[in-house]
Write a protein that binds this ligand. Sequence first.
Ligand code: FUB
Length: 324
Amino acid sequence: MSDPAPLVTNIFTADPSAHVFNGKIYVYPSHDRENEIEDNDEGDQYDMVDYHVLSMDSVGGKTTDHGVALKADDIPWVSKQVWAPDCAEKNGKFYFYFPARDKEGIFRIGVAESDKPEGPFKPDPDYIPGSYSIDPACFVDEDGQAYLYFGGIWGGQLQCWTTGEFKREDYDNREASGDQPAIFPRVAKMTEDMHTFDGGVQEVVINDTDGKPIHASNHDRRFFEAAWVHKYNGKYYFSYSTGDTHFLAHAIGDSPLGPFTYAGKILDPVQGWTTHHSIVEFKGKWYLFYHDTSLSDKNHLRCVKVRELVYDDEGKLKLAQPQK
Ligand code: FUB
């Protein structure tokens, strides 16, 4: 199929988290902005300062930009870089989760609340206690229990948290090599009010097809960032970006806490360094929201797109139309 068009072109958008709320698709993206910062592995060029919410009544139809839903300037604990967000609904309220650097330059995760899916969102004064790194994704299971997945290595600092304490000196160690297990994403159960972790943070183990944890050296398969969880036919699907190899991949498990078993790539590399997505069902079809840099040809000025997904006979995901 020909390359899909960006959902919006009035602003640069990335990291789309899509959900169906009140019968419409709402997309919670990062809002990229122009700057002169050179690309580096810390991701300094992703220097975002606010969030917009998008919505649409149908896939392929008009996309509405609801304007600014939350600003970094209004969040007391944030110093800079409001990165990839997500939103969840519980008991008629909407909870917007977002990562940002705190005043010490450490990535943390905050929460903001609204009565409406498009916001505006009122942020809590401090980050979620015990939260760290980037790319929160909130999955609410059928029993009402919410789980917050998060983490990203290198610029997302997850490699600094191997002991449970932040070790700045581990930043440059990046990740192990050889057949040691990769660094895995994290998950925490959310309390009923959706504002704090209920218990501790756990590792989300992703096993390879041999049943052993994916090796750190397997950059085509190991987790880098962009966690997303959805449920299909009673199974839990954990999807993610492989970072420096630029794939979107997925793994399947029987519990929202894992372990998950690698099930293949969903998307081959697109234009631009980062790749980050979400997966959502709408009116009986499944969709992949993702981004590329086709609107700008610059890594930090991205645009959100959508493609249809299907499941094969084994329940593995693939694009409905092949990627060109
Ligand atoms: O948008 C900033 C960062 O780039 C996100 O947090 C990552 O997932 C990558 O897309």
